[in-house]
Design a protein around this ligand. Structure first.
Ligand code: UTP
Length: 290
């Protein structure tokens, strides 16, 4: 079983970024000069994925436009001799037919968004990437996971250790400690209170799932927060197959919250010499005043 397809759920409301996300998709928020969704799509391609599936929703047309030609803009850039800008926008347009869009017509939760891809994915393993988890890594995290999947031939979720007080923000594993970055999951709990969390291993936005997950999501069971949760569906999947937690190698930024988003912008800016040169003295001065 090879992982060829990646699902990108982008139909959420992005309420934590209102009012910025009132008329704009959260996944289009830029880290330096590239939208979050583009980092995730680039990670998928760099990991060997050949088919991209977007689960979009109302008001998310900017994402479709971002991965398509803009004749007027291209014409203007050409006329003005802005060759590198033209090259940059051409580079991100995939081959016709390699991106498929479908709509989640109500944001009923991540599990429901993934279920919307069932007919497009069919009966094969697939990846899920949440663009708001941005991970800086030498080897793309999805590639690391696909290599593990090739070995284990079973569902895998990426995990990170979180502080005890933060367990209520994540899906948390009930699992033995990691050995060589991997653990076999016994159970999963969505957003447990710190006292009730079975571990400090939290699921982050990279998954490789087998198609049996669609059969479980078909039940449309509502869980924490009144949403159809992928964590609950995976807890059910555990009854019939093994699921592994994988501690990726890389630095993760939770760009779904404001502080994480700012941290990502700073970290990625520092890697650009022309920005770093201006930003560093500014930050040093700022730090003296806070
Ligand atoms: P989040 O819960 O982080 O995104 O879901 P959100 O709901 O848009 O944000 P907040 O919490 O209100 O600020 C993670 C990913 O899953 C997608 C989101 O678009 C995001 O990329 N998602 C979430 C869906 O596609 N559909 C949903 O029903 C829920």
């Amino acid at each position: 079983m090879k992982v060829r397809k990646a699902v990108f759920p982008v139909a959420g409301l992005g309420t934590r970024f209102l009012p910025a996300t009132k008329a704009m998709a959260k996944e289009m928020l830029p880290i330096v000069d590239k939208p979050l969704i583009q980092y995730a799509v680039e990670e998928a391609y760099a990991s060997g994925i050949s088919e991209i599936i977007f689960i979009t929703g109302a008001g998310k047309q900017a994402i479709e436009n971002h991965f398509d030609h803009s004749c007027e803009l291209e014409h203007m850039l050409m006329a003005r001799g802005k060759d590198s800008e033209l090259k940059a926008i051409h580079a991100l347009i995939p081959d016709s037919g390699s991106i498929i869009y479908t709509r989640q017509n109500q944001p009923l939760g991540l599990g429901h968004a993934i279920w919307c891809a069932r007919n497009i994915v069919g009966r094969e393993p697939f990846a899920v990437l949440l663009a708001d988890d941005l991970i800086k890594a030498d080897k793309p995290v999805l590639k690391q996971m696909i290599e593990k999947f090739d070995e284990l031939q079973s569902s895998i979720v990426s995990v990170v250790e979180v502080a005890k007080e933060d367990t209520s923000k994540y899906g948390i594993l009930d699992a033995p400690p990691l050995t060589d970055g991997v653990t076999k999951i016994r159970g999963l709990v969505e957003k447990p209170k710190p006292d009730e969390a079975p571990s400090n291993l939290a699921i982050i936005g990279r998954y490789i799932l087998t198609p049996e997950i669609f059969d479980i999501l078909e039940g449309k069971e509502v869980g924490a927060g009144g949403e159809i949760q992928i964590t609950d569906a995976m807890a059910r999947l555990l009854e019939s197959q093994a699921i592994y937690g994988y501690r990726y190698s890389g630095s993760r930024f939770d760009c779904g919250n404001k502080a994480g988003f700012q941290m990502a912008n700073l970290a990625f800016s520092m890697e650009r010499p022309e920005i770093r040169e201006q930003l560093l003295p500014f930050l040093k001065d700022l730090l003296k005043t806070v």
